[in-house]
Design a protein around this ligand. Structure first.
Ligand code: SF4
Length: 403
């Protein structure tokens, strides 16, 4: 057996999308379903599997997952894994290299056709698209509150989202798997060695059925959530009671800006409510982390949130996440010289670990004028639907983008 390009993830990991479909990992190439769990149907076409119709075991031993594992065992680079291969060729460190290697036992127990006994160590579960926010950086695929806006926008803007396509695929999905307690119970014998459980949505704290699985997640598993701060205190207390006996719980709270700008970006999240909930969560979960998504909308003002936290003695770890897709929400729309000046200024204000990742924008890359036109059309369309006004909320950014 050659082992030039082995990666443990196709053996030990599953990344579940809101539709219940599974990919070998989030880094893999998702185009043409290359990284998805699928079988072939009798007509020779691709039949993508989903938890709506299939079991986790079906997906882990789907034809494509077995093919990816076989390719690796034969010393080939699966087409789904070209991102890692290219990163390594360019001298970088790939996601593949940051995960553990497979044991000899795991390899010898793998059947020649790539079949394995499911034993998941890292599980990413996106619990459907049920959500109570419709963030400008999000879409209908990930938020149910976005769906009406999507159909309204889509009447005139065909570049916005992919929900129509997913909707076609969804037609053959037979159940809302994430609402079904039996689904969570069915995982019990497949996650006895679970090391990391990452749960997001939609808004996962709205899907209480999922806590059924917390009963059999091993005590020392790292359990991390991405949550949006838009609920009542009873929801927080419910989640606290489900999680209080687990040792390693990390709550990533998404918050991108301050005051009315927060509501504009993460509609209809109210600033006072978000801060009240954040403080409650911090008081209950020592390992609460702030996740700020950086887009074209808040790039010029990233420091405002940090300054608020500093002035109010909120010292939890704070990190940045980047909205580069879709391209029309990316900071690359802003003129490169202005971006560099902004980052130079931010270096005077923000701690090194927070500002350093912004260097990804410290270059001459510039999105095209057609992408900027898409931003303007998208923004004007949503403003009309939501009765909001970009220019009034972000006057400096408007001057920059319109000149
Ligand atoms: S090689 Fe890279 S892309 Fe492929 S499964 Fe591993 S981490 Fe993901």
């Amino acid at each position: 057996m050659k082992s030039k390009f082995m990666c443990s993830l196709p053996w030990i990991h599953s990344s579940i999308q809101p539709t219940g479909m599974s990919t070998v990992c989030c880094e893999a190439d998702h185009t043409d379903m290359k990284s998805y769990a699928y079988d072939h149907n009798e007509a020779g076409g691709i039949e993508v599997l989903s938890l709506a119709n299939n079991t986790m075991a079906d997906m882990i031993n789907s034809e494509n997952y077995k093919h990816i594992r076989r390719e690796m065992m034969q010393g080939n680079v699966p087409s789904a894994c070209m991102t890692c291969f290219k990163t390594e060729q360019a001298g970088g460190t790939s996601k593949r290299q940051t995960h553990r290697t497979l044991s000899i036992d795991e390899l010898t127990q793998t059947h020649d056709d790539g079949t394995i006994t499911p034993d998941i160590e890292i599980l990413e579960l996106r619990l459907g698209n049920t959500c109570n926010l419709r963030c400008r950086t999000c879409n209908a695929e990930s938020s149910s509150l976005w769906v009406n806006d999507y159909f309204e926008l889509h009447k005139t803007l065909d570049f916005v989202g992919n929900y129509n396509e997913l909707h076609k695929i969804r037609k053959h999905l037979v159940r809302d798997w994430f609402l079904d307690e039996n689904f969570y119970k069915s995982l019990s014998d497949k996650i006895t060695n679970l090391k990391e459980l990452h749960i997001s949505g939609g808004e996962p704290w709205l899907i209480r059925q999922h806590t059924e699985m917390l009963k059999f997640v091993p005590d020392d598993t790292i359990i991390s959530y991405h949550t949006n701060l838009n609920y009542d205190k009873e929801t927080i207390m419910f989640m606290y009671n489900q999680l209080k006996d687990h040792k390693n719980v990390v709550i990533n709270c998404s918050i991108d800006s301050i005051g009315d700008k927060l509501t504009y970006i993460r509609n209809p999240l109210n600033w006072d409510k978000a801060i009240e909930n954040l403080n409650t969560i911090i008081s209950l979960f020592p390992n609460t982390v702030i996740c700020q998504t950086v887009s074209v909308l808040n790039f010029l003002d990233i420091d405002e949130l940090y300054t608020y936290f500093k002035n109010n003695n909120i010292t939890n770890r704070h990190y940045l996440n980047f909205a580069d897709s879709p391209a029309y929400m990316s900071p690359y729309l802003i003129d490169s010289n202005i971006r560099k000046k902004t980052i130079d200024n931010l270096k005077q204000i923000l701690p090194h670990d927070l500002v350093e990742p912004l260097n990804r924008y410290y270059n001459d890359i510039q999105h095209s004028s057609s992408t900027l036109t898409q931003f303007k059309q998208y923004t004007a369309g949503l403003d009309k639907i939501r009765n909001e006004q970009f220019g009034g909320m972000f006057p400096v950014l408007k001057d920059i983008l319109w000149n």
